[in-house]
Design a protein around this ligand. Structure first.
Ligand SMILES: *Cc1c(COP(=O)(O)O)cnc(C)c1O
Ligand code: SF4
Length: 367
């Protein structure tokens, strides 16, 4: 049904009263939290909750910790606003920029990094969309535009097509990416009409956002297949969240379910230092352990890059388990996924040696 998604939006849970009653939470508590960052949950996503405080529940139902713990945390930890030359554009890297085109999302994640803006139409305003397009047109170094928000797929098809077709008409823009959590929160929105529009503007990529294997329902998998069938390469960005996906078994299941749904895991983010999200943060070694528990143990295609977006706005920094134990001009000492040690011999440094190509050797040490 083409219109099922409109019904989902219309029937979304938006009031503290509805949640208080359904999950038996003190109304006063959710009320004050919802004033800080609003509630919105599609009936579809709500139906995935099996019990109170499960990984689906935690992502969208307000928790009183949101207003309790606030030390050391920031509204804009990544200093995106500093790197915003015009409204709605974040231009931090040399050849690509973020273009915030929608203030709303199908549901609101309690851990949202951009909660200072998301849900507020005065902070991510449609008014500035044409200015954003103009900025991209004037900046010939931009070859990659990432549509974000909020969620770009919450826009009307007409406005979305206006944005995408205008950007596609700019000669120096090579690729367009859409960042969206709609396939997770509102998969019904991935209609053939939407997909037929999107596929006119290739090369177009999409990064979706799934955090838990229970989110890959048959409906979501079908929506992802539709996007993949339209030739849109799909990536996934997950956030490492305490109590949601911070154990190796859940993470492996999530990554395997994604790849099975034709989505290539792209980033696993360390939770940012955003106000009201302290209760979701894990230690950094938890994330490194996640990668250690994936690499080698399952398909390399299912292993994302674990990154921290540098506080203060330095960009994404990848963190990798320590597989290199030591290195000099002669030798690199390596440790594999099982913890076994290997030695890789570096090529000879001397010049002029006649055609003596050394055969590289891997020597297992102490096996
Ligand atoms: C994440 C991000 C990008 C895209 O980074 P990639 O590593 O190319 O995916 C671009 N601009 C900003 C501001 C970002 O935060
Ligand atoms: S979908 Fe993305 S932008 Fe929207 S609330 Fe969740 S994390 Fe924030």
């Amino acid at each position: 049904m083409e219109d099922e998604w409109r019904k989902q939006i219309k029937e979304s849970i938006r009031t503290p009263e509805e949640l208080a009653e359904r999950f038996d939470i003190p109304l006063e508590k959710i009320r004050s939290i919802a004033e800080e960052f609003p509630i919105c949950i599609t009936p579809y996503y709500l139906s995935l909750i099996k019990e109170k405080n499960d990984p689906i529940y935690k992502q969208v139902i307000p928790d009183e910790e949101e207003i309790n713990k606030r030390k050391f945390l920031f509204a804009d930890p990544l200093a995106e606003d500093r790197d915003s030359p015009v409204n709605n554009i974040v231009h931090r890297y040399p050849d690509r920029c973020l273009f915030l085109v929608s203030h709303s999302c199908a549901s609101y994640c309690r851990f949202c990094t951009r909660k200072r803006k998301v849900s507020d139409s005065s902070k991510i305003s449609k008014k500035f969309i044409n200015e954003g397009i103009e900025y991209i047109r004037e900046h010939t170094e931009i070859r990659d535009v990432i549509l974000s928000g909020g969620d770009p797929l919450m826009l009307s098809e007409k406005l979305l097509e206006h944005i995408i077709s205008s950007i596609r008409a700019i000669p120096h823009v090579e690729i367009i990416r859409i960042g969206s959590r709609v396939p997770c929160f509102l998969p019904q929105r991935i209609t053939s009409k939407l997909v037929n529009m999107l596929k006119k503007y290739h090369p177009l990529f999409m990064n979706v956002h799934f955090n838990h294997p229970d989110e890959l329902t048959p409906v979501a998998v079908k929506a992802l297949a539709r996007l993949a069938d339209a030739g849109i390469p799909l990536g996934n960005q997950s956030v490492l969240l305490k109590g949601v996906n911070d154990n190796p078994e859940t993470m492996k299941k999530l990554m395997q379910a994604l790849i099975k749904a034709r989505v290539r895991p792209y980033y696993l983010y360390q939770a940012d230092m955003v106000f009201g999200t302290e209760h979701f943060r894990t230690t950094v070694d938890t994330g490194i352990e996640m990668i250690r528990s994936l690499r080698g143990w399952t398909s390399g295609l299912a292993v994302p890059h674990f990154v921290i977006d540098a506080p203060g706005g330095g960009g994404k920094i990848p963190l990798i388990p320590n597989y290199v134990q030591g290195m000099n001009d002669e030798e690199v000492r390596l440790c594999n996924y099982r913890g076994q040690m290997f030695s890789y011999q570096q090529p000879e440094k001397e010049e002029g040696e006649e055609g003596e190509h050394r055969i590289m050797q891997f020597k297992a040490i102490g096996l």
